[in-house]
Design a protein around this ligand. Structure first.
Ligand SMILES: Cc1cc2nc3c(=O)[nH]c(=O)nc-3n(C[C@H](O)[C@H](O)[C@H](O)COP(=O)(O)OP(=O)(O)OC[C@H]3O[C@@H](n4cnc5c(N)ncnc54)[C@H](O)[C@@H]3O)c2cc1C
Length: 416
């Protein structure tokens, strides 16, 4: 049985992060939303020093190696990724955009952690412990390819001791910081053989300064405006041959083992996005509760369903959905920590969390009316911040599709 009672030491850490969110994130939340693209350097440098450069979001650990016979499970109910999810929720309760704009390995680091060799992990992840903040990013999406990652057109061709990349990537989170403004890197998905479909898609680590890599645009966005989202063009971009993640071979075009490897990154990163969604949803829930209490309205948890007001019922539904999402997501994290395949659970957790958070923020505005619509308060911002969690790292619809395929045991071809 999985017991998710949070042990006292983690509760203590959760409390600390909560106070940090209250004192350091909330006060600058509005300012950096309005000054889109400007970096809160004071906060970035402070967090870099505090986390030793590892970033606020622990890089999800790999589940690449299957659990060995007799190998012990992680001790205790709150394992590494569960803890990371608890802390991510606490930080996005403070501010999702600020949390995303902080330095750290990010999705690119998660990809290296999930699919890189020990040498690559050492070469690329150890640099985050240096004096200066560094960003990592992951670039999959292209102008003609989003959910259907098999449609990637960016190419990687071998040229002696190098790979030469050509193509365009869009909507890369922290792309500007990773590719241009720090000594970071971008993990780029490209095809080494278009005729091989998914089997030909591989991931490549492109470091800042690689000749031929250029940031061409930084998006103006609805939400998470403190975080940069960039377009990056690769024109005969030359990178070392050993910067490929996984095997360069396209052994069997009917098999997609390489592609499954890169897709495994999502099983580790989706639970973190889900945790972020829950943090934003909970911010809206807490604000609604506090505002109602100021008006003398207490939520009566023990009251019979015949006595409940519509507001109480709506509030309890918001709260229940967020909590259900949290538990689903913790299960996905726990499985990841224990090297149990969690593709289904990670998709379930993300689908539920994205929806619960978007609905909670909208419902909060419905309950509070003008207070939720006014820019005097942050609730209108949380609506804008919540929605992204239902889009990046696979949309809600794509998560539902994965869940259906897994439960019904259908292949991609059978259910698309
Ligand atoms: C702020 C932001 C940050 C981002 N960060 C990154 C990043 O760091 N790296 C990166 O690579 N990408 C990133 N993205 C891109 C994001 O992952 C894509 O937008 C997302 O995968 C959806 O792709 P798309 O926009 O091309 O939509 P499409 O794939 O064109 O989908 C459009 C709509 O159709 C639905 N749909 C598509 N296929 C199906 C299907 N088979 N069944 C049912 N419904 C379907 C989708 O759910 C969606 O609602 C980011 C996007 C944003 C907005």
């Amino acid at each position: 049985m999985i017991d998710f009672e949070i042990p006292p030491n983690i509760k203590q850490m959760q409390k600390m992060i909560h106070e940090f969110s209250v004192n350091s994130l909330r006060p600058i939340s509005r300012e950096f939303d309005e000054r889109e693209h400007e970096k809160p350097w004071e906060l970035i440098n402070m967090m870099h020093a505090m986390t030793g450069g590892t970033g606020v979001m622990a890089t999800p650990r790999s589940r690449k190696k299957e659990k060995k016979e007799g190998e012990k499970k992680e001790e205790g109910p709150v394992t590494g990724n569960v803890m990371a999810a608890i802390l991510a929720e606490e930080l996005t309760w403070g501010d999702a955009g600020l949390m995303l704009c902080l330095s750290g390995p990010g999705l690119g680091g998660a990809a290296i952690q999930a699919t890189g060799t020990e040498e690559q992990k050492d070469r690329f992840l150890s640099r985050f412990k240096g004096e200066k903040p560094i960003w990592g990013a992951m670039a999959i999406t292209e102008p003609g390819c989003g959910s259907d990652t098999a449609a990637i057109t960016t190419t990687a061709a071998r040229d002696g001791d190098y790979w030469v990349l050509n193509g365009e990537k869009i909507f890369v989170t922290s792309g500007l910081m990773a590719a241009q403004e720090s000594d970071g890197f971008v993990v780029v998905w490209a095809t080494v053989d278009k005729s091989a479909g998914r089997a030909g898609i591989k991931a490549f680590i492109v470091e800042k300064g690689a000749p031929g890599m250029k940031v061409t645009k930084v998006e103006h966005k609805l939400g998470i405006r403190a975080s940069d989202t960039a377009s990056i063009v690769f024109e005969d971009c030359r990178i070392p041959y050993d910067n490929i993640l996984g095997s360069p071979e396209v052994i069997d075009k009917t098999k997609t083992e390489g592609f499954k490897g890169v897709m495994a990154t999502f099983d580790a990163t989706r639970p973190m996005v889900a945790a972020m969604a829950i943090g934003v949803g909970r911010a809206a829930l807490d604000f609604t509760r506090e505002t109602l209490e100021k008006e003398g309205i207490e939520i009566r948890y023990g009251a019979s369903s015949f006595e409940l007001t519509a507001v109480e019922r709506d509030f309890m539904e918001m709260e229940t959905n967020l909590h259900a999402a949290r538990l689903l997501n913790w299960r996905a994290c726990w499985m990841l920590d224990n090297k149990i395949p969690n593709n289904l659970e990670a998709a379930m957790g993300k689908a539920k969390s994205g929806l619960a958070a978007t609905r909670a923020t909208l419902k909060a505005v419905e309950i509070l009316g003008p207070l939720g619509y006014s820019r005097k308060y942050l609730l209108e911002k949380w609506i804008r911040d919540a929605k992204i969690n239902d889009i990046f790292e696979g949309t809600g619809q794509i998560q539902t599709l994965i869940v259906a395929r897994r439960i019904l045991d259908f292949t991609r071809k059978e259910l698309k």
